[in-house]
Write a new protein. Structure first.
Lengths: 103, 204
């Protein structure tokens, strides 16, 4: 266990990240009311959510301050698993168009 | 012989230079992230495959409620950062003030979330039926937001237990930090739930 250290003004230190996260949330709501197609809106909102999530992981969860080996162990594997889940999209579009599989 | 091997394993340092409880929490959060990822992908599958997916969320009250909930949850992450910093500095009183602020914000979030649920239930949304379109809307909405709400409630209870233990001296700043990781993760998941569940389904 580490010895107690002097408490810094951590709120002020992370206030910029806090405001950026609030800004991202506000921007998402604003963009949701613009006239984008659903696919374009999905890409934009997902991109903004990934930016917000990355900020939260790196700064609020302090992953940026940990050893790089922790980042390399956790994050690429998680992204790989999440990317592998994308394989079923073609089937969902098939259901939408009610087309049977070709024989 | 086996005892020697055991001792050797105990002496081996962490490759990540973090306590084992913190590494365990990270591994849990990664598995939880994949769980949320899977149910959000499942939701995406159903939404894409349904031609009549409902878009029931009006700005007032739903989206306005979500904006307030987001503000409350991100602010609670900030108070949690304060709690972890104060706990590491050994300032128990300040750490507890921050922890209870986080609990209060978590309770407000849960209250707003339940209010949103009741509003939708009043409009006729059930697990497998709703007045607008695809009957699976309710199942995905309640299961995804319900799982997140369960995480918030578990987090509030965990923070209360940690706060009590830390003020009594039975738990350390490391426990506060590990709980903080969990709480920030709950915040992170919400950042994905809002655009995918609410903002893609706004009523125009």
């Amino acid at each position: 266990m580490t010895a107690p250290r002097k408490s810094g003004n951590v709120i002020a230190k992370y206030l910029p990240v806090y405001f950026v996260l609030l800004g991202i949330a506000g921007l998402e709501v604003f963009l949701a009311y613009q006239h984008f197609s659903t696919a374009a809106l999905l890409v934009i909102l997902l991109g903004l959510a990934i930016c917000g999530g990355a900020l939260a992981v790196m700064y609020f969860m302090h992953l940026a301050q940990e050893r790089r080996s922790l980042f390399l162990t956790l994050i690429p594997a998680t992204i790989f698993v999440l990317l592998m889940m994308n394989m079923f999209w073609s089937d969902s579009f098939r259901l939408l168009r009610m087309r049977p599989f070709p024989h | 012989m086996a005892m020697h091997r055991h001792d050797g394993a105990l002496m081996e340092g962490s490759p990540y230079a973090i306590p084992s409880r913190k590494l365990t929490m990270w591994l849990f959060l990664i598995s939880d992230a994949v769980t949320f990822g899977a149910i959000l992908f499942g939701y995406g599958y159903l939404r894409t495959a349904s031609s009549d997916w409902p878009a029931p969320f009006k700005f007032n009250p739903s989206i306005l409620n979500v904006i307030i909930m987001t503000f409350v949850l991100i602010t609670s992450s900030l108070t949690m950062l304060g709690a972890v910093d104060s706990a590491k500095a050994g300032d128990k009183a300040k750490a507890n003030r921050f922890l209870w602020s986080t609990i209060l914000l978590g309770v407000i979030f849960a209250g707003l979330h339940i209010r949103e649920w009741f509003a939708l239930i009043d409009e006729g949304v059930r697990l497998f039926q709703n007045p607008w379109g695809s009957p699976l809307f309710g199942a995905t909405f309640f299961s995804i937001t319900g799982l997140h709400l369960l995480h918030v409630i578990c987090g509030v209870v965990a923070i209360a237990v940690i706060s009590r233990g830390f003020s009594r001296g039975s738990l350390t700043a490391g426990h506060v930090e590990t709980t903080g990781l969990y709480w920030h993760f709950v915040d992170l998941v919400w950042m994905f739930v809002v655009p995918l569940i609410y903002l893609l389904n706004i009523s125009r």
